[in-house]
Design a protein around this ligand. Structure first.
Ligand SMILES: [Zn+2]
Length: 511
């Protein structure tokens, strides 16, 4: 039992357990009821929101020999059991992101017309379908035009904009939503109870908030943060690098009371603790947003206006966080807010600021922070310079281009979190250097098993042996990795490995 991950164990085996996607649940059950199940579905939505689980549920419901009255799969017939154990031969799962994608679509083309060997229907689930090559899409399109009556397709993707319109138009599309914090939290509570894990509700709240609507990540974190049957707030804050709630609250109340000195003390404290300021700002803006929304609904006009001003200032500060003195942007934001609020007496805020920090800080209007926004790394010489042996084929550009894909496939949740704020900055021989904003994330990624996991994954993508090195950011770089940023078209690069990588991952697709 220990071997099965909690996520697998609590994957929904029936519609009732599918969390947060009621609109999809209802439509699918209706289709089953009226015998109008479409031959091709497109499930799109953020990672970890239940797309693949729902696809398996459809496969189950189509083949179950003993469907319940409410169209729930019985979970006891041969087919239900085979699907649970991942050995139903007529349920074909293709991971378009892995090297196997191409061969399997080829195989699909050859075998699609054969009747199912065992079950009533053949169900093809194609995961991360946006990664398929042009050729694979063409092959798929032909079969989607006239699918044999015994075949059902379920395509799943996190990036629907990369799928050709011709494919989309042949599928019935379902948009999976980010699961609400409340639903995530409830599910975690349920699992914790089943597993007899003692959890601090505040810890669950943080986990639910951090995962941005992805239940899979949430369950992964719960599992990872469980020590001796306990998930404590302290541990969660530590592992997730989350700012302490008390400092966030202190910052808010200081600013609301226009107490610049106290607010600056919070920055000082954050600095001493070595906290991730980027994370702190992110969380703080989130708190301001919540407060703004509630003040709007309470009709507090003055307060709303003030909060909007504060949000503006902090958002602006976020974009200037990358200076050699990271806390500077935050300090300036605080002072700006105080002086905005006290425009009648701007000198007071500055005086207070000077009292709190033994460094002279410029009053408003704030001059642009010294290190002007450095343009996104122009891939220095290292990228172009060929290196010897096998790593030769991997350039910095290619690696950066695939970076979001790579980090997305990291299995360990805390490692994935730490990699979010990281970018590869250099390839030298077999050494790949990553740049970190904070010690915390640096140490987390460089932990032996984490580093090995990352290295293995990179090897899986490019078939090169590399060693990951970490550097802590000194000078300025803008973050390259944006979660939902569209994947840029890779530049023409020579070399057989790159060609192969492009072919496999469909880099020049869809433009
Ligand atoms: Zn069954």
């Amino acid at each position: 039992m220990e071997q099965v991950s909690l996520y697998r164990k609590y994957r929904p085996h029936n519609f009732a357990n599918l969390v947060g996607q009621d609109h999809i649940k209802t439509t699918l059950i209706n289709a089953l009821k009226t015998d109008h199940v479409a031959h091709a579905y497109l499930f799109t939505g953020p990672r970890g929101t239940g797309k693949t689980s729902s696809a398996r549920l459809v496969a189950r419901a189509l083949n179950c020999t003993n469907l319940a009255d409410d169209y729930e799969p019985c979970q006891t017939c041969d087919f239900c059991k085979d699907i649970s154990d991942g050995r139903l031969i007529d349920l074909i799962e293709i991971d378009a992101a892995s090297n196997r994608g191409i061969d399997e679509v080829r195989d699909l083309k050859e075998k699609i017309n054969f009747a199912p060997s065992h079950a009533k229907y053949k169900v093809y689930i194609i995961d991360e379908v946006h990664m398929m090559t042009k050729e694979a899409f063409n092959a798929l399109l032909k079969t989607l035009e006239e699918p044999p009556s015994h075949v059902y397709f379920i395509l799943a993707t996190t990036e629907v904009h990369k799928i050709p319109e011709t494919i989309i138009s042949r599928c019935q599309r379902f948009d999976f939503r980010r699961i609400s914090q409340d639903d995530v939290s409830k599910r975690l509570q349920f699992i914790a109870k089943e597993e007899k894990i003692e959890v601090d509700p505040a810890a669950l709240k943080i986990i639910s908030k951090c995962v941005d609507g992805g239940l899979r990540d949430a369950i992964g974190l719960l599992e990872q943060l469980n020590f001796d049957g306990k998930v404590t707030l302290k541990k969660v804050q530590e592992v997730l690098g989350v700012s302490s709630l008390s400092l966030l609250e202190k910052m808010l109340s200081s600013l609301m009371q226009n107490n610049t000195e106290e607010a600056l003390k919070v920055v000082h404290e954050l600095h001493i603790q070595g906290s991730d300021l980027k994370q702190f700002m992110h969380e703080f803006v989130d708190i301001l947003r919540e407060k703004m929304l509630s003040s709007v609904s309470n009709g507090k006009l003055g307060e709303t206006r003030r909060l909007i001003e504060m949000i503006d200032v902090f958002l602006d500060a976020q974009s200037r966080l990358y200076t050699s003195i990271p806390q500077l942007a935050l300090e300036i934001a605080i002072i700006r807010i105080s002086s905005d609020l006290e425009s009648a007496n701007p000198a007071k805020a500055v005086k207070q600021a000077a009292a709190a920090v033994p460094v002279a800080v410029a009053p408003t209007p704030v001059a642009p922070v010294a290190a002007a926004p450095t343009p996104v790394t122009p891939a220095p010489t290292t990228a172009a310079a060929p290196v010897t042996e096998k790593a030769l084929s991997l350039t910095l550009e290619t690696l950066k281009d695939k970076w979001p894909r790579i980090t997305e496939r990291i299995k360990t949740p805390s490692l994935r979190m730490s990699l979010k704020s990281t970018v590869p900055v250099k390839i030298d021989g077999h050494d790949v250097s990553l740049q970190f904003n904070t010690n915390f994330h640096h140490n987390n990624v460089m932990k032996n098993d984490h580093r090995v996991e990352l290295e293995k994954l990179i090897k899986g993508f490019f078939d090169v042996n590399i060693k990951v090195l970490g550097i802590i950011k000194e000078v300025e770089l803008k973050p390259l990795v944006e979660d939902e940023a569209p994947m840029p078209v890779p530049p023409p690069i020579d070399g057989p490995m790159v060609d192969q990588a492009l072919e496999i991952f469909g880099g020049e697709l869809m433009e």
